[in-house]
Design a protein around this ligand. Sequence first.
Ligand SMILES: [Zn+2]
Length: 70
Amino acid sequence: MATTEVAHLLDLWDRCICPYCGTHVREGARVVSGDAREGGFCSIRCHSTYYTFELAARADWSATESSQHA
Ligand SMILES: [Zn+2]
């Protein structure tokens, strides 16, 4: 995970904002993976959608990257 992304997620965590949909998240109602650096989401749905997209984007990027060296 990129440092800037961690900083972004921590900033949203401090402000109690869901990184995926931007909704204010009540303290204590956050959906977390167990680490503040991974963000605090308003729902399981936001959490899984956020990480599904991120992992898909990362997979695309590494596929592109490795094909350039093939
Ligand atoms: Zn959300």
